[in-house]
Design a protein around this ligand. Structure first.
Ligand code: NAD
Length: 442
């Protein structure tokens, strides 16, 4: 098929590359001219394992190309995916300006048989709005049929996006007409390897299902974090508790790692957007609001523990940070707990030195003129540090040379915001261990 993807970010680019890989002719469009130039030259604008190889291979085969002009790209399209960002507005609602601008720009340019597919995460009813915009602007000759708008939410996780797209655990197709469903089912056939993964539903249900999934994940994270704090207060061990929880098939084993809370470009904004949607619909959304409160509380808890450890203030303290991205295997720092914590620590007067295997450029851009140092290696930022704070569970942080760490640092406290170390092991090397389920007693 002739496929056009509008928005060449984490989702759009992975979608474009993987659809080209199975033989479709794909044009990726983005209004960021620098990004388009880099991609056309085979350079990835962000870090994502495996994606660079597919990009290079599909460019070479001529199945993938990049453009800045939407109108010329969509002229022969069978399917147009909208994969632009839907960030939060200041009031928490989803900012649909990019998405709706694309719909307006598509207008007359799309051929009448083309299916428009919203891949961006967007509130229930967005498909209706896009359909209205398109139906108001398409050529009169095509208006009798109307324009077909489907919703195909994306479930990939950054850091394993290529794997997730190639081997999805579900393919959600939300369409209100049989033609769109059939076209998308056909497009996704190579990825539905056992014929069991495609889920057809109406458009609103697909839009809602995406929010439901992200809110459920956020709920698990906040639940295990709240249980973790409670366990610490009551003198119970959260690691043992997690083993018990994971063994129950009704509960499941994933997303049960206590830590500093979720971040990233999806969970925080999607939760806020659903709270906004609930509010507009007159629903109280008690649970959703609590998930958010617990998440913010985790970072405050960590900041307080660090300040308490140093007797209340951080002025002149030298702190090392390991990890800047919101999770391992990505350079995405959007809503990263690490970046937010760094801002707070610097505000408290600390002298912060940070290291991340790939996210330094993105973090530097996000932190702007916040005064923070960046090091070339994990050990380098620990030089003479009063404490180390581990914010992202990159593999390279899991088994560091603890003897070297203990002699490199001036102080000996390791704030383990991702629960990746064992207290006993750190103690054997002369290091102290703080986990978020602990009560700070100094
Ligand atoms: P992103 O910011 O990485 O990419 C969006 C791209 O769209 C950017 O390159 C931007 O330049 C481009 N763009 C914006 N407006 C445009 C316009 N008018 N014309 C052309 N290009 C335009 O965003 P992302 O992380 O890929 O997310 C895209 C959508 O997918 C969001 O709704 C997000 O919630 C959803 N989503 C993201 C993930 C994820 O892990 N990142 C997973 C599932 C769903």
């Amino acid at each position: 098929m002739n496929v056009v993807i509008i928005g060449s970010g984490y989702v759009g680019l992975v979608t474009g590359c993987c659809l080209a890989e199975v033989g479709n002719i794909v044009t990726c469009v983005d209004h960021d001219t620098k990004k388009v130039a880099a991609l056309a030259a085979g350079r990835l604008p962000f870090y994502e394992p495996q994606l660079g190889q597919i990009l290079g291979a599909q460019l070479a085969k001529g199945l993938l190309k990049f453009e800045t002009s939407m109108a010329s790209a969509v002229a022969n399209a069978d399917v147009v995916f909208l994969a632009v960002g839907t960030p939060s507005n200041a009031d928490g609602s989803a900012d649909l300006s990019n998405l709706l601008a694309c719909a307006r720009a598509l207008g007359d340019a799309i051929p009448s048989h083309c299916v428009i597919v919203v891949k961006s995460t967007a509130p229930v009813g967005t498909g209706d709005r896009i359909e209205e915009i398109l139906n108001a602007s398409v050529r009169q000759a095509d208006a009798n049929d109307g324009i077909r708008v489907a919703c195909n939410p994306e479930f990939l996780a950054e850091g394993r996006a290529v794997h997730d797209f190639r081997c999805p655990d579900r393919i959600v197709i939300g369409a209100n007409d049989a033609y769109s469903s059939a076209v998308l089912e056909q497009l996704y056939t190579p990825f539905d390897t056992d014929g069991q993964r495609t889920m057809l539903m109406d458009r609103r249900s697909a839009e809602f299902a995406k929010y439901a999934c992200n809110c459920m994940l956020a709920a698990r994270i906040s639940m295990i974090n709240e249980l973790s704090s409670l366990a610490g207060t009551l003198g119970a061990d959260i690691a043992s508790t997690c083993r018990v929880l994971r063994a129950d098939p009704r509960i499941g084993a994933s997303y049960l790692q206590p830590g500093v809370g979720y971040g990233g470009s999806c969970l925080p904004k999607d939760l806020s957007a659903l709270i906004d949607l609930a509010q507009r619909a007159g629903e109280p959304a008690h649970m959703l609001r609590s998930i958010e409160r617990v998440n913010v509380g985790q970072r405050q808890r960590l900041l307080k523990a660090i300040c308490d450890y140093f007797g209340g203030g951080l002025r002149g303290r030298r702190l090392a940070i390991w990890g800047l991205s919101f999770k391992p295997d990505t350079d995405d720092v959007r809503a990263s707990p690490s970046v937010a914590l760094i801002r707070d620590l610097v505000q408290e007067g600390a002298n912060v030195n940070a290291y991340d295997p790939v996210a330094r450029p993105a973090a530097q851009a996000a932190l702007g003129n916040v005064s923070v140092g960046f090091g070339q290696s994990a050990m380098a930022v620990c030089e003479q540090a009063d404490a180390l704070i581990v914010m992202t569970e990159w593999d390279e942080f899991k088994s560091p040379d603890l003897d070297r760490l203990a002699t490199t640092m001036r102080g000996h406290m390791v704030f383990d915001a991702r629960s990746i170390y064992k207290t006993k092991v750190l103690q054997q090397h002369g290091l102290h261990h703080y986990r978020l389920d602990q009560i700070m007693s100094v």
